[in-house]
Structure formats: structure tokens, C-alpha cells
Design a protein around this ligand. Structure first.
Ligand code: PMP
Ligand code: GLN
Length: 383
């Protein structure tokens, strides 16, 4: 028997940096501040709500678009926070994590040869997703060091072939956030175009120092062309449940669902019922920014006297540091060394650049118990 060979659809792609670094952390008994996930549990009341949903018999296929009660929660929350109404039936869809939402949105609108603008550094799934759709990624860098959007460069990258622009605020990996002025400037740039927007807002409830989250839903000229993606995994500390939402105007949602229904068809039922019941109370997400801001402050205070230079962390649960005073190693090798020798895992920023650009910066995740952070700080302090 011989196994037929075929050309790879994704010849450049290997195992993700998150999986690789988590495996290395386990192998070396390192504190894992690499892959972004909490090391603490969710609210037991959420587990109770899901358990109750299973016991109540919510165990068969839900509606393709998602359990209505959960879509109502998403629509109501978006209206309350960002002042935009999404129709529960025609404009809100529940997905198997933001990962599936992003792939589905891209497959739904990007035709072979279409250009998709991505802002570097960007989350690792965007480029393979664009490649699977046959799209052409057009790279526009975020401003070096500040990681702020350069709206003039985005405008300059738009051509008649541009189908989609992908933005992400709060930003993974840099922890920067877009301001209202940034969003308004983008709105003005996109107004005369046909360009669609994919706004990855999985960290929407993690914006610090009193700043509001500037959702694309707040800006009429952006909302009318946008798929707005959020993730319950991030908001509720349940990354393993793989459940998220997409809000988009009805014509965009209709195309999205054409792909979604033949991709996963629908998403697990009891989690949807449980989350819907749990999130009826705004308390389920209102305290999140304060909770993570305290962890950010603890982590930053612990590194303040080290030679790891702290970059701003205005949102998300990431903290980037410049390693140039500590090591001459390329960032990827530095992260491997740090995991093996110092026993703290981190993610190199070069993993978020198509060309592997190394600016001597690595990313830590502070979504950890305070004791975990203190243990990591103890180990990092000597650097
Ligand atoms: N987008 C960004 C920016 C992310 O950081 C992540 C996960 N960390 C995702 C999308 C995927 O989210 P999910 O786990 O809901 O698939
Ligand atoms: N998004 C998470 C991170 O940035 C990891 C998700 C994954 O492992 N694919 O760390």
C-alpha cells in the first residue's frame, strides 16, 4: 500500500507557536506565560448553568445560527455597550470560537485573487485563513514600538482588488488598543470604498485605565461593513469551550451562515444555554477589566527593576518586553532558552510576522493566578 501524496494547501505552515511553547513548558516544568489562557477556573455558577442545561435535556442540535437566548444576550450587550442594534435573528451568529468565526468570515467573502489587508504583527490564524480562501495578504505594519495603527498607510494599501481589512483591538500580541480617533479615521478612509472589515474584538472586555473599548459597532460607517467577532472563551475564562459570536449586517450574516452551516453547522448546545443564562447579568463581564488590570499591575511592578524593558499593556492579557538588554539571542531562541533555563515560557513576537521580523520583543500572558505570576517573577527577577 502506498499513501498518495498531494501538494500541501499550506506548505509554509507547521505547528503553531502556542502549541510548541506549551509543550516545551511542560517538558521543562516551566511556568507557562506563553500560550494565552487562564490557569484559574471560571465562576462555578457558570459550570452550574451549563450542567443544568445538560440535565434539562439541551443536548441535541441547536439552531444553526445559535441558541436564540444567547444571541439575545449578544445583541443586548452590544446595544448597551456600543449603542448599535443587531437583529437577533438576522445579524448575530454563534461560532465554535473566534478561530472558526474568523475563518468562516474570510471564506464567506474572499474570492481567489482578492486582497486582504492585515496589520503586522497579527494573530497567527489570519494568514493561513486568507491562503485557504485563495486571497492575497497585503501587509501593513503597525507603527514600530507603539504598535498603533498607521491609518495613512492603510489607506495607501487599498486597491480596487481589496476585499477585506482585518483589525484587532485590544491587540494580540502587542496589548495596544485603538482610540476613538483611530476608528473615526478608519471610518473616513473606508467610506468611499467597498472594503469589508473583520474586527477581531476577542479582548473587548479587557481595556484598562478607564478607557472604553472602541468596538467597530460604535461607528456606523464601520458597522455597516463589519464582521465583529468576540469570544466567550476570553470573557468567561473558558478558552477550552471554544465558543464565540459574530455580529454583522444581515447581508453579510447571510453569506457568513452559508459557509458556517457547512463548516460546523452549529455549536454545542448546553454551553450556549448555560452562557446565555449566566450572562443575563452584566456582572458576568463588568468586573473583568479591573480583575485583569490588577494582574497587569502586579506583573509590571515585579519586572520594573529588571532589565526586561516593559512596553505598554493597555488591553488584552498580554505584556510585551524588550529583551535587548538581557540577551543577544534571536527572540525565538531566547524564548526557548528562557523556558529551558529560567523555567518561564514566553512567545516570541517574530511568530506574528510573516517574514519573521525580530525586534527583540517577547510576549508574556498574565492571565494567571497571582501566585503563578509571583513564581514567574521570582524566576525572571535575576535577568
Ligand atoms: N483572535 C485573537 C486575537 C486571539 O488572541 C484569539 C485566541 N487567543 C483568537 C482570535 C481565537 O479565539 P478562540 O479561542 O475563541 O478561538
Ligand atoms: N490565542 C492564544 C494566544 O495568543 C492561543 C490560542 C491557540 O493556542 N491557538 O496565546
Amino acid at each position: 500500500m502506498s499513501i498518495p501524496s498531494f501538494p500541501s494547501r499550506l506548505p509554509q505552515v507547521g505547528t503553531t507557536i502556542f502549541t510548541t511553547m506549551s509543550a516545551l513548558a511542560v517538558e521543562h516544568g516551566a511556568v507557562n506565560l506563553g500560550q494565552g489562557f487562564p490557569d484559574f477556573g471560571c465562576d462555578p455558577a457558570l459550570v452550574d448553568a451549563v450542567t443544568h442545561a445538560m440535565q434539562a435535556g439541551h443536548n441535541q442540535y441547536p439552531p444553526m445560527a445559535g441558541v436564540r437566548a444567547l444571541r439575545e444576550v449578544v445583541s443586548g450587550k452590544t446595544q448597551a455597550l456600543y449603542g448599535h442594534h443587531y437583529d437577533v435573528d438576522a445579524e448575530v451568529t454563534i461560532t465554535a470560537g473566534a478561530t472558526q468565526a474568523i475563518l468562516t468570515a474570510i471564506l464567506a467573502c474572499v474570492h481567489p485573487g482578492d486582497e486582504v489587508i492585515v496589520l503586522d504583527p497579527c494573530y497567527d490564524s489570519y494568514l493561513p485563513n486568507i491562503a485557504l480562501a485563495g486571497g492575497v495578504a497585503v501587509h501593513v505594519p503597525l507603527t514600530p514600538h507603539s504598535f498603533r495603527p498607521d491609518i495613512a498607510r492603510i489607506a495607501a494599501a487599498i486597491t480596487p482588488r481589496t476585499r477585506l481589512l482585518i483589525i484587532n483591538s485590544p491587540h494580540n500580541p502587542s496589548a495596544s488598543v485603538w482610540s476613538g480617533e483611530d476608528m473615526r479615521a478608519l471610518e473616513a478612509v473606508l467610506a468611499p470604498t467597498n472594503v469589508l472589515l473583520l474586527s477581531d474584538e476577542v479582548y473587548e472586555h479587557m481595556v484598562y485605565d478607564g478607557a472604553p473599548h472602541q468596538s467597530a459597532a460604535r461607528f456606523a460607517g464601520l458597522a455597516e461593513r463589519a464582521f465583529v467577532v468576540s469570544s466567550f472563551g476570553k470573557t468567561l475564562h473558558v478558552t477550552g469551550w471554544k465558543i464565540a459570536s459574530v455580529c454583522a449586517p444581515a447581508p453579510l450574516t447571510a453569506e457568513f451562515r452559508k459557509v458556517h452551516q457547512f463548516n460546523v453547522f452549529s455549536v454545542n448546545t448546553p454551553m450556549q444555554h448555560g452562557i446565555a443564562q449566566y450572562m443575563m447579568s452584566p456582572a458576568s463581564y463588568e468586573g473583568l477589566a479591573g480583575f485583569y488590570q490588577a494582574k497587569r499591575d502586579l506583573f509590571r511592578a515585579g519586572l520594573a527593576d529588571s532589565r526586561l524593558k516593559l512596553l505598554p499593556s493597555s488591553g488584552s492579557f498580554f505584556q510585551c518586553v524588550d529583551i535587548s538588554q538581557v540577551s543577544d539571542l534571536p527572540d525565538t531562541e531566547f524564548c526557548q532558552w528562557l523556558t529551558r533555563e529560567i523555567k518561564v515560557a514566553a512567545i516570541p513576537l517574530s511568530a506574528f510576522y510573516a517574514d519573521g521580523f525580530d525586534q527583540r520583543v517577547v510576549r508574556f500572558c498574565y492571565a494567571k493566578q497571582d501566585d503563578t505570576l509571583r513564581e514567574a517573577l521570582q524566576r525572571l527577577r535575576g535577568l
